[in-house]
Design a protein around this ligand. Sequence first.
Ligand SMILES: Nc1nc2c(ncn2[C@@H]2O[C@H](COP(=O)(O)OP(=O)(O)O)[C@@H](O)[C@H]2O)c(=O)[nH]1
Ligand SMILES: [Mg+2]
Length: 295
Amino acid sequence: MPNSNGWNRRSADRGGVGKGIGALGTVGGKHSSRTGGRALTVRLNALESNEVIAGKNKALFGKAFVMNFLSSPGSGKTSLLESLVPLLKSEGLNSAVIEGDVETDLDKRRIDALSVPAYQIITNGTCHLDANMVNKSLYNLNINIKDMDVIFIENVGNLVCPTSYNLGEDMKAVVLSVTEGDDKPLKYPAAFYKSKVMIINKIDLLPVLDSDVSKIKENALSINKELIIFETSCKRKINAGGITVCSADGSGNTNSADSQDRREGRDKGILELVSFIKKNVKLKSEKFKDTIDIY
Ligand SMILES: Nc1nc2c(ncn2[C@@H]2O[C@H](COP(=O)(O)OP(=O)(O)O)[C@@H](O)[C@H]2O)c(=O)[nH]1
Ligand SMILES: [Mg+2]
């Protein structure tokens, strides 16, 4: 049954969310062509083998905490990494980044500038990363995974296909910028249903938009009530171009610790995200140690 937003979780589990069946010539659960059944079987087999390789990736990741970033193109995935990686480094945590794009190594070059290991997967048109691509990239990253605390995966920019593929990550994090429209969680529910974290980015732009962060949150939580939500800005422009785009939280408060962060070009939401990642790095390494101790 559709929920009050018209979203049918069961069909999402079968299709867009779970196995991507909806993309294969099926309309409302019925095959739209004679070959639909065969295509469906091929697709399901592909997803099953993806699961097997994702399991191998999980083992290869070891103690490293792995986050898979999903979003539309341009919502700020690479910019977030440019903010997070140096802050994690300053806390003594080693990160590596796997970049996924249809074309170019432009994002990898941005990460190279941070002096951390990065590998660019170019999918040549494929709209998502799969476990096999990530598996190969682990060998190409040229790192000793044992030394890594965090591995970030930046998926290909779209809110549909990447949701169907387990890469062996610890969690998916969906990034939605405030310029994209408050309704996007309802239109692309799978990305929000499958993610543990939602990052609402570009909140510095709120003063010039009619976007409503509380509506974005309400819509996202109606899809997944467990979502952990961060509000971030990767651009702390103070008095830029004569316009004061001042506050991460829109409050304009000049007395708080947040104000100090802002003056130094940091963002409260990003700092909270760093703390969240640190906590998960610790949890993962403790869990990993317990697993090793059993053997
Ligand atoms: N105003 C503003 N712009 C941002 C923010 N984050 C990213 N951008 C800009 O948005 C554009 C796309 O960012 P990018 O990180 O490449 O997005 P990606 O495609 O998701 O990796 C770039 O021009 C960034 O400078 C933000 O928090 N605020
Ligand atoms: Mg990018």
